[in-house]
Design a binder for this molecule. Sequence first.
Ligand SMILES: Nc1ncnc2c1ncn2[C@@H]1O[C@H](COP(=O)(O)OP(=O)(O)OP(=O)(O)O)[C@@H](O)[C@H]1O
Ligand SMILES: [Mg+2]
Length: 797
Amino acid sequence: MEFWRRKKEALEGGETGESGKPGRRGRSTSLAVRPIPEDALILIPMRNAVLFPGVISPVAVGRSSSIAAANEAVRQSRKVGFVLQRDPKVDTIGPNDLHWVGTAGDIVRYVPSSEGAHHLAVQGETRFRITEFLEGWPFLVARVVWVPEATDGGEDVEARFLQLKTQAAEAIKLLPNVPDELAGAVQGIDSASQLCDMVANLLDIEGTEKQAILEAFDLKQRLDIVLAHLAGRVGVLRLSKEIGDKTKKEFDERQREHVLREQMRQIQKELGEGEDTAAELQELEKSLEAAGMPEEAFKHAKKEFKRLARMGEGSGEASMLRTWLELMAELPWKMDPQKAMDIAGARKVLDDDHFGLEKVKRRILEYLAVRKLNPEGKSPILCFVGPPGVGKTSLGQSIAKATGRKFQRVALGGLHDEAEIRGHRRTYIGALPGNVIQALKRAESRSGVLMLDEIDKLGAGGFHGDPSSALLEVLDPEQNAKFRDNYLGVDFDLSRVLFIATANVLDTIPGPLRDRMEIIHLPGYTEEEKLQIARKYLVKKQMEANGLKAGQASLTDATIREIVAGYTREAGVRSLEREIGSVLRNVAMRIAEAKAESVAVDAGDLHAILGARKFENEVALRTAMPGVATGLAWTPVGGDILFIEASKVPGTGKLILTGQLGDVMKESAQAALTLAKTRSGDALEKTDIHVHVPAGATPKDGPSAGVAMFLALTSLMQDKPIRPDVAMTGEISLRGLVLPIGGVKEKTLAALRAGITTIMLPRRNEKDLEDVPADARAKLNFVFLDKVEDAVKTAIL
Ligand SMILES: Nc1ncnc2c1ncn2[C@@H]1O[C@H](COP(=O)(O)OP(=O)(O)OP(=O)(O)O)[C@@H](O)[C@H]1O
Ligand SMILES: [Mg+2]
């Protein structure tokens, strides 16, 4: 109390006064009458802000109690104590809602307002601690003790004071928009506590953190807290300044470069130099003019060229424009001089490159003949469909060779983005023209052969648009004379391009696309055909590839046959070519090691070179027991055989289906069972029938296993096995008719590969046998079915 009085005297200019009566006695509502004790302070609670000694700070008061407090303080020229609320959201304040340490100060300005908050400017003076709250006023009043401020803290404080000065100076330097006077003012302060409070006031920290500083009465401790906060702040400021500087530097550099370039251009102009870029531009202009663009495209290019010429070098936009203009100049707008198409010559090229494929070659020649007679005509697009390795891609190359055109390939497999076909708009960064335009640029011709490879593996349309719809536009003879690539931005005439598509399967090609193409099937080769292809083409090709000269290596027919039967199982000849390659590499090695001059490879040598046989005859391995039938299936990789197994288990007449069956196949099994039951007169009430189709490499589906299922069930019911050398295909009706199916050639070849000798086919497929090579036909026995009974007669002994 002694201290308080002294302090108060100091504060109030030596005026001595009695300590007032404790306000608890006698409540009066008249605030004018009731004096506030001298040792008490009017309090104004603050929601967020903390007032520090030595700081002038704006304070807004809105609550009626606070306004009353401010009014009374101004009226009596009293000091006010500003204290922080514990919870800023509380409106009606009691002692427990406040921190009990605050700063007393004078209201140096009061700006009342008719609505909303009144504004005060307050000058913080002295820390105080509340000892007791007094009641009886419409605002908060409390008895307080003043907290003395240490004037000298010794070396510890001095050191921190200096550090604070340095850091504060740095912070001021880093802060944008700080008045210069502030730096001077900070340097001028010679009291550690004053600087500490001033910095604390400026710190961008929470109210409670500021309160903690206010409550740190020990100066050394207070300096430590403030220093820690300031160091963090300076770190952040440094970093953001660094970032800001970098950005600014980059900007400045670009600006500088621009200015320098401009100056350079002016200087070059003065000196009559700078022909380099000018010459380049001139060249570009010339090649644009020579490119032979159609009117509209040329106008557009010309406009863009002028824009480029005006733009000056170096900007990103200029280089984008230049790239575009260069593409425009390079694109094959002009038609190549057309040689008259030599159909006989074309025939020779096709024969030279490909064995067999008579029907396919004939169709290709017809197509070429039509184009020769009517080059402007809208001919359909050819699409080669067939298993891998049957020569689809290489046929396309041969067509280009046969017609003297350039060949380019566009891989469509897995394309999901429409823009890959149609290009990105030029406004995109890194925009490119689509695949088609790029291929034409590579081909340097707009009448070349463009192979759209793997059109069946085109990704479905999604987020980035449907690639197949873009492709439609490319392939549609009605539209493709005005094909518009997004990047190009002008029409390009694709009508003279010879498009050839390839696919492994038909059904995954989107319908509208399929409609625009003429489908040509390449079903796969027989063993005999493979032998010929290997003898005439593959061995020669692989000898060259492995650096062998004619005569250095030879493969006997028996060797090739053994490779085909024991080391490959495919409709095409790709694995065959690869295996032949392995054999020839082995030969090349022996010759290189000078172990031999020339090597003839026998079938017997294969085991040593290629290892054990990879495939065995499956039918031979199969035991001939009742209930097993050999069906024939069509798969995207050629034909295949499949076994249908049926067996009886005790039950209630249910059909159990397991294995790799599609929905159509399941229905077909149901139909086969119904049919077998009616035909045998056996209702099978006490047994379940289990039909299983072992998993093959590819899942199969379709109705063509109907006959095989019926036969497996009949064989089971009669307990008689089916002849192991018979395979069958055909759809069945509930009345027992055998209906036609597809893929006769593929299925026949698969049966042959598997060692089957008799094939049962629907009668109505008899005509399809002409697709099957004669040598294969000669090796097989065909039985044609009208009704399911015909099958039973042939196959069940
Ligand atoms: N009838 C043939 N005569 C000669 N060589 C052939 C014949 N058929 C295929 N070939 C050869 O087989 C190899 C594979 O052919 P290609 O790459 O054209 O197969 P593809 O049908 O395009 O297969 P994919 O569907 O896997 O792309 C090529 O080296 C090709 O020359
Ligand atoms: Mg191919």
